[in-house]
Design a protein around this ligand. Sequence first.
Ligand SMILES: [Zn+2]
Length: 134
Amino acid sequence: MLFLVFAIGIYIIYSAYEIIEDGVKILLDHALESEQVAKIGEIISGHKEVTSYHWLKTRTDGSTNFIEFHMVLRPNMLLLEAHRIADEIEDKIMAINSRKRWIITPHFDPYDDEEMNEAIFNGTRVLPVEDKNG
Ligand SMILES: [Zn+2]
């Protein structure tokens, strides 16, 4: 009898922990697990028409995964082609877990501007000096 009470107690504590953990994750959104981030990176870089990618950012509130990234494409590519590539990549990313909702926002780069993106983000970008005479 004592064992049964003890077992039920443990079960209640375990259940409460799971509920609290899920609740905290919803309140404090966080990045996806590093394995999933790595997989998303492989999907993007694995597309034969993607030159490179950077600024992959992931967030999740537990039920919806938010993904954004910059992908470098041929500069003379039609927007139609770029959009098709994005759709193909988005489909593969969403297939990682079809039970989650995904909001995926790719950004198209005609060249690798990662350093400039970082400088803007960090506030270290040197803006062009305003021409007082012109
Ligand atoms: Zn970029």
